[in-house]
Ligand binder design. Structure first.
Ligand SMILES: Cc1cc2nc3c(=O)[nH]c(=O)nc-3n(C[C@H](O)[C@H](O)[C@H](O)COP(=O)(O)OP(=O)(O)OC[C@H]3O[C@@H](n4cnc5c(N)ncnc54)[C@H](O)[C@@H]3O)c2cc1C
Length: 482
């Protein structure tokens, strides 16, 4: 049975996420128990033109689940693992990521997309096409979604299996009883979570992955699991000379392209380390940059990997005392906690200052990464506003966080962000590699796909959700729909 909650005090928590976007409100939060509840609720909402924002775990950072009117449809009661078997798991949309990891682990498998925030729900991960530190090797959530059960806004439920419905040569895609032409823009050739997926011959399932609650409500997913890999070796290498850290990253990438089995390559700059040292005073004092990498220890390298790494690190100017290594579960958890502390500390700083930060999510093609980094640096250092860089350098995807202290800095920060976006787009990059667009990055998406591209997305949305009730204000302004 559908539960409806209207007491504002009780439902206030659903009006926010981890973006800090304020002002959210809704008349009610509905908590369906089963597909029939969802289907009937959406059919009625469509008939009445009642807006519906879909809510997952609320860890999104772009305001996607923050409602501005209408109803919130929360997946809280869709929290069951339906089946877990060799090579796969079938879960409802409200199952948290950490439960999926535990279930997979219990049968000797793992779920490769390792998005950092484990309290996120799988419906949210799919709706944003989330990815994590190991996307260097495994890619994003999209690669592991084999099947989806989705409710369209008219209440129709679709069971979509990958490789069963593909766009025709003319770009037409059957979506249940409807048909739509896929958007006619070209996506950048980098890690990407910005706007609707579109590729010639694309699979229907990919239209819903990353659609941020605007095209349908994800109810259930079949995900691919992989056999647990052998033990891992992880290392945080602290560099005194930042340029040597970048040379080291280049060396790691070169080795990875020659078959060296690296899962992740991440970078934390000196400002990230300074913030972290409040919680971790044991960070080597003279560090100006830190590279994190992970490697699978196959039986072939079992006896030699430590020696090999010692040699590589030594020739890169990193002595043993400037490395933190992990080769068992406990130490790995410590490294993971350390890594996860950074976004948390940033969020605490932002909260204490009471002024929103900007957190970029751009990725650019490898050949343009140095240009992008130089551009960020020059502008930020010139303005002298608190900032830090961290993230997925292996995929040329660094998060730049800028933390203004006052209104004037906040204004400059906003202007800077737009400059960064324009630069990333001009270099062939994306404005969002993993967090999505939500309600905060419309203008950036427009830089990437132009007005025509945005109107293409609005067209697809209107064809699939003619009453335009789902996820209003996500990906593009709702005004484009009415
Ligand atoms: C500390 C921290 C670290 C993070 N690290 C990462 C990271 O490493 N990688 C990464 O990609 N992200 C990261 N994020 C962002 C966030 O965890 C992801 O965007 C995540 O996928 C959001 O999932 P959620 O369940 O919390 O979704 P919500 O925040 O509840 O919703 C996100 C969007 O998905 C839509 N949605 C949710 N459920 C459904 C559904 N069932 N059907 C249709 N639409 C739905 C919502 O409408 C909204 O638009 C991080 C966030 C924090 C706070």
């Amino acid at each position: 049975m559908l539960i409806r909650k209207t007491d504002t005090e009780m439902i206030r928590g659903y009006f926010e996420d981890s973006s800090g976007l304020s002002g959210g409100f809704a008349e009610e939060v509905v908590l369906p128990e089963n597909e029939k509840d969802v289907s009937e609720f959406l059919e009625e909402a469509s008939a009445k033109g009642n807006f519906v924002t879909v809510s997952g775990g609320g860890t999104g950072v772009t305001g996607g689940r923050v409602p501005f009117g209408g109803s919130v449809l929360a997946a809280d009661r869709f929290n069951k693992i339906i089946d877990c078997f060799e090579g796969g798991i079938i879960v409802q949309a409200g199952v948290p990521l950490d439960e999926i990891h535990r279930a997979a682990d219990s049968i000797g498998y793992f779920y490769p997309p390792d998005a950092t925030e484990q309290t996120a729900w799988i419906g949210g991960n799919i709706a944003t096409n989330a990815s994590g530190a190991r996307s260097f090797k495994y890619g994003s959530t999209r690669n592991y979604v084999k099947g989806l059960k989705v409710a369209l806004s008219n209440g129709e439920i679709l069971d979509i299996c990958r490789n069963t419905v593909k766009a025709s040569n003319r770009g037409l895609l059957s979506v249940g009883k409807k048909k739509t032409a896929i958007p006619n823009y070209e996506m950048p050739g980098v890690k990407n979570a910005a706007g609707y997926f579109s590729k010639p011959g694309m699979d229907l399932i990919d239209l819903f992955i990353g659609s941020e609650g605007t095209l349908g409500v994800i109810l259930e997913a079949e995900l691919e699991l992989q056999k647990k890999i052998g033990p891992l070796f992880g290392c945080f290498a602290f560099f005194e000379d930042e340029n040597r850290a970048f040379d080291f990253v280049a060396e790691l990438k070169k080795r990875a392209s020659r078959g060296f089995d690296l899962l992740a390559i991440e970078y934390f700059d000196r400002h990230s380390l300074a913030l972290l040292s409040k919680k971790y005073p044991n960070i080597p004092k003279s560090s100006t940059g830190m590279v994190f990498f992970e490697q699978e220890i196959s039986p072939k390298i079992e006896d030699s990997y430590l020696e090999a790494w010692a040699e590589i690190l030594d020739s890169s100017g990193v002595g043993e005392s400037n490395t933190w290594m992990a080769d068992d579960a406990k130490k790995f958890q410590e490294l993971k906690d350390f890594r996860h502390s950074l976004p948390e500390l940033v969020n605490e700083t932002v909260k204490s200052r009471g002024i929103p930060k900007i957190g970029t999510d751009m990725a650019v093609p490898a050949e343009n990464f140095d240009t992008m980094l130089r551009y960020y640096r020059e502008h930020l250092e010139q303005q002298q506003i608190d900032h830090l860089f961290f993230g997925h350098i292996g995929e040329n995807h660094l998060h730049v966080n800028v933390l203004p202290r006052n209104a004037e800095e906040a204004k400059t920060t906003k202007e800077l962000y737009l400059k960064f976006v324009k630069m990333a787009v001009s270099l062939g990059g994306t404005v969002s590699a993993e967090h999505g667009i939500g309600k905060l990055k419309h203008d950036f998406l427009k830089e990437m796909y132009g007005n025509d591209g945005i109107m293409e997305m609005a067209r697809v949305k209107k064809e699939l959700d003619p009453a335009c009730i789902l996820g209003l204000g996500n990906i593009f302004p709702k005004e484009l729909l009415f």
